[in-house]
Design a protein around this ligand. Structure first.
Ligand SMILES: Cc1ncc(C[n+]2csc(CCOP(=O)(O)OP(=O)(O)O)c2C)c(N)n1
Ligand SMILES: [Mg+2]
Length: 526
């Protein structure tokens, strides 16, 4: 007899989901015991780490990944990572184990109240009505995840796995989904008219543009118009080459500074981004009166919430390509629009700027930099430009604990590219189990921790609020010892010379590394 479990193995093979990111419990035993050899089980020691690794893997491979979690405890632990995956537009099929249907009415041990547990962060949540519908639900979750670039969840009662498989004609999902991009003449004409009328247009590139085709399309349009291209605030990925002469830097995340930055322009077109994601509230509009705001994106949510004069819901690369053909060539700027800061003076004590500059001087153009260092994020954007797609990846929702495990998943998905995570010490502790998976499975990201001894960004916010922080620093937390406890090699660095010689030795190894390495760099708090 072929079982639901067998049919699920075939689903995983068919959809290239044979790497199973998981932390299992008793509800997953029937599925996982005696797993066929062609399925690769990847253990994470906490479910936040499991889903963050799956997230990095999906981003790196640009296709859905698969995670298997343990009923309420596993799903609950993973909610932050699932929310991050949603905001980072990461497709993940997540199966969640549940108690057996045959006695769930008695609320047995580990019976989960699962459907609403992650709110609407998963784009789709389903508990199939019958065991025989599990595979159809997984197939549908795969399509939902891919279409919306979000996590999608299927809840599977543990007794279902060994039930008889359903009939193929009962699978409520297509075998193939094609998603043709198209753009109509009317949309192009409406945007072309705005651009023709504009004396000073500017673009804002969003994370959705982080593919080679999309970078190229916006480059072509921006070069045609000689217009600056800013990066959307809090972007999870770079939408434009950050070493291009027309790259104008990241947009501010507070409205007064945003208005000031956008003041020279009479038209601002956000491409692959909404208008606009900001940090704390400040009154007033996003842009001065007289600046027309427009949006071009294939994310309906971004379109629907943007206070724009015109929004076009379409594949941005198609729109940009058509527009580039259509608009007149204008002069291009004579010098690079964005001036990178000078290297910091080589004095003691070591600061984050020194570390980021030292990395920037050495990393090859195809390096993948994972950012999770809150008080040094701006500095990182200045000194580590994304020069190729996936050159910058960061947790766009703001939840910490993603960067370390995501760098492990990215390196698994991109085995030919150097991967470097730059993390705050506080951030590292939220995802510390990632060290173990990297070491156990021979995955070699470089993890650089900026050890400033506390939650510096929070201290800065408290100072801006005019008071003392309620929370203490945690200066004594020994990150290198934590990494070593999980089996990851670690080095402690406290001066510029040691930093330079270590990076000279380590950076050339990054492309072929099969073991993770932590550099714990003690820096002065900024
Ligand atoms: C899971 C989670 N808990 C709490 C926060 C709130 N938070 C934002 S920044 C921050 C401190 C980060 O510290 P660290 O990584 O050391 O960076 P630093 O500010 O020192 O640069 C905290 C706790 C969060 N974003 N995510
Ligand atoms: Mg810190």
């Amino acid at each position: 007899m072929s079982t639901v479990r067998d049919a699920t193995f075939d689903f995983l093979r068919r959809r290239e989901l044979t790497d199973i990111f998981s932390n299992p419990g008793s509800t997953e035993i029937p599925f996982l015991t005696g797993l066929p050899d062609d399925l690769n089980f990847v253990l994470g020691l906490h479910e936040g780490t499991v889903v963050s690794m799956a997230s990095g893997y999906a981003l790196g491979r640009r296709r859905p990944s698969f995670a298997l979690l343990h009923t309420t405890p596993g799903f609950g632990n993973a909610v932050n990572a699932i929310a991050t995956a949603r905001v980072n537009r990461t497709p993940i099929v997540i199966a969640i184990g549940q108690q057996d249907r045959r006695h769930i009415a008695f609320e047995p041990f580990l019976a989960g109240r699962l459907e609403g547990l992650a709110g609407d962060y998963p784009v789709w949540v389903s508990q199939p009505s019958r065991a025989q519908d599990v595979v159809g639900a997984l197939e549908r979750a795969y399509h939902e995840a891919e279409t919306h670039r979000c996590p999608a969840v299927v809840i599977v009662p543990m007794g279902d796995w060994l039930e008889e498989a359903g009939e193929p004609h009962e699978v409520a999902a297509p075998q193939r989904v094609l998603r043709p991009g198209a753009v109509d003449a009317e949309s192009v004409a409406a945007l072309a008219e705005l651009l023709d009328r504009s004396a000073q247009p500017a673009f804002v590139a969003g994370a959705r543009l982080d593919t080679p085709e999309r970078w190229a399309a916006l480059v072509a349009l921006a070069e045609r118009l000689g217009a600056p291209v800013y990066q959307e605030p809090f972007s999870g990925q770079a939408g434009f080459p950050q070493d291009h002469p027309q790259w104008a830097g990241p947009l501010p995340f507070l409205r007064p500074q945003l208005r000031e930055t956008l003041a020279p322009y009479d038209l601002v077109v956000a491409v692959g981004a909404p208008v606009f994601r900001q940090s704390t509230y400040e009154p007033g509009p996003f842009a001065r009166e007289g600046t027309v705001l427009a949006v071009v994106t294939d994310d309906a949510d971004e379109v629907h919430r943007s206070p724009a004069e015109l929004a076009v819901l379409a594949a941005p690369e198609l729109v940009c390509r058509e527009l580039a053909e259509r608009v007149a060539q204008r002069p291009r700027p004579e010098r690079a629009l964005f001036q990178r800061p000078e290297p910091p003076a080589a004095d003691a004590p070591l600061r984050a700027a020194h570390v980021l500059q030292a990395l920037g001087d050495r990393l090859p153009p195809d390096a993948v930099v994972v950012e999770e260092c809150p008080s040094n994020r701006d500095e990182l954007m200045l000194r580590l430009p994304a020069r190729q797609p996936l050159g910058l990846v960061s947790p766009a929702m703001g939840g910490l604990g993603w960067g370390l495990p995501a760098s492990v998943g990215l390196r698994m998905g991109l085995p030919d590219r150097p991967v470097v995570a730059v993390l705050g010490d506080g951030s590292t502790v939220f995802g510390v189990q990632g060290f173990w998976s990297a070491a156990r499975y021979g995955i070699g990201p470089l993890i650089v921790v900026l050890k400033n001894g506390g939650y510096r960004i929070m201290d800065q916010l408290a100072a801006r609020q005019g008071g003392a922080p309620a929370w203490p620093s945690f200066g004594a937390v020994d990150i290198a010892a934590l990494a070593e406890a999980f089996g990851c090699e670690a080095r402690r660095i406290a001066d510029a010379e040691a930093l330079g010689t270590t990076l000279d030795e380590v950076v050339p190894t990054l492309r072929n590394r099969t073991a993770p390495l932590l550099l714990e760099v003690t820096v002065e708090a900024d």
